[in-house]
Design a binder for this molecule. Structure first.
Ligand SMILES: *Cc1c(COP(=O)(O)O)cnc(C)c1O
Length: 402
């Protein structure tokens, strides 16, 4: 096709031009004497993204799923009890991974469209007087349903119950896009991946472990080798890796971390909220419901939008892709066919998103979904023009400063 095919899936996200160029480097010696001068400051800056002083960052050659596995196998023993809630494909897959590692998962099933049930977590933790539960799992952003959960609320539930279980957060589609506070929220294991908020190709699990998690990793009983924290620590301490690291991705990561810190994390979060609000205004103008049931669950990185009965989101995606050259996210598993998703995270701005909304509108009309052409685009435009927010003032101030 002519022009660019546009990516509006919630990962992989668009890779900014400077990050792509940073990846395009000649192969290098990963045992070079000057490598630590590059890696040690990078690890230090990654801690700023996780908002931690006391935690330790790990980079594993893997996708987010590998990060889940590393978090679990480094800190738990076979048969350990894990409290987890399931409300979408990703929270489901993490539970599946725990079960395949012979953990005993106490599953709280929640309607898809809601998030982590704080009241139930609080009850279960209070009732667990013998502290059988060793780990509490939270999917901060359920990418399948566009639902964001309250991680700090889970920390409160743990503290109120005086419960020592460790807190594990899947932040693959939230960290570096929406607020995340490793230390303040007392998170013990945080998992992210390179291809979402970090704006890189897939291939790096980017994770962080608390001091408590590191202590547990000295004696945890699940089998691991490639993902062993202790092997990583031994070599990372001097700025190296225990095996050949994907240096091109790590060079790209340096660039993406610089971008995030230059923009300012709080501005990154404000931008994601602002972009997401425009998409929500569009869905509202189309009279289409979000999969997320209430505003408190709305995700600022991905919107899952429900089609009216009788329409197939698979057909919508195919139409959008073949006819208009845009990739939207599919409905997964339980919501397959009923939901389509617009990813609005990473290297994104309002005009890019308006093209996604315009393409979506045309594809919706082609399918016969009763929406008014231009209605969603207009609603988002009016929002972005700044009537209802201070974010456009911030953009103008920043542009003037550059
Ligand atoms: C993308 C994603 C993952 C991990 O997926 P990978 O394909 O292994 O990177 C895990 N959890 C969430 C919430 C995700 O969005």
């Amino acid at each position: 096709m002519q022009g660019t095919r546009s990516l509006f899936v919630p990962g992989p996200t668009n890779v900014p031009e400077d990050v792509r160029k940073a990846i395009d480097v000649p192969m290098e010696d990963h045992r070079a004497p000057d490598l630590p001068a590059f890696t040690l400051p990078l690890f230090a800056d990654l801690k700023k993204i996780f908002k931690t002083d006391t935690g330790r960052v790990f980079l594993f050659p893997a996708s987010g799923t590998g990060g889940w596995e590393a978090a679990i196998t480094n800190t738990l023993r076979p048969g350990d009890k894990v409290l987890a809630s399931r409300f979408g494909q990703f929270s489901h897959l993490w539970i599946d991974l725990c079960q395949r590692h012979s953990l005993n998962v106490e599953i709280v099933d929640v309607d898809w469209g809601e998030g982590v049930p704080l009241d139930i977590y609080a009850e279960r933790l209070k009732a667990d007087k013998d502290h059988k539960i060793k780990a509490v799992l939270v999917t901060q952003n359920e990418t399948a349903t566009g639902v964001q959960s309250d991680v700090s609320g889970v920390r409160t539930a743990l503290d109120d119950a005086g419960h020592p279980a460790m807190l594990y957060v899947d932040g693959v589609s939230s960290i570096a896009s929406v607020d995340f506070r490793m230390d303040e929220w007392g998170v013990d294991l945080a998992v992210s991946g390179s291809q979402k908020g970090f704006m890189l190709p897939a291939g790096l699990a980017i994770m962080c472990a608390s001091e408590k998690a590191l202590e547990a990793s000295k004696s945890a009983g699940l089998a691991r080798c490639y993902f062993d924290f202790q092997d990583m620590i031994q070599t990372n301490d001097s700025g190296y890796f225990p095996y050949t690291p994907p240096m091109t991705l790590i060079r790209g990561l340096r660039c993406s971390v610089d971008r995030l810190l230059d923009e300012g994390l709080e501005n990154v979060f404000a931008r994601h909220h602002y972009l997401a609000e425009g998409v929500r205004k569009a869905a509202d103008a189309w009279s289409l419901r979000l999969c997320a049931k209430e505003p408190k669950w709305y995700s600022d990185t991905v919107s899952a939008i429900c089609l009216p009965d009788g329409y197939d989101s698979g057909e919508l995606l195919a139409r959008a892709y073949h006819r208009y050259g845009i990739s939207l996210g599919a409905g997964l598993s339980k919501v397959a066919g009923r939901v389509f998703r617009i990813g609005h995270l990473g290297d994104m701005n309002e005009v890019m998103l308006l093209s996604a909304l315009a393409g979506t509108e045309m594809a919706l009309r082609d399918l016969g979904v009763p929406i008014v052409a231009g209605s969603g685009v207009a609603a988002a435009q009016e929002y972005y023009r700044g009537a209802a927010n201070g974010y456009s003032d911030l953009l103008i101030t920043r542009a003037a400063a550059e």
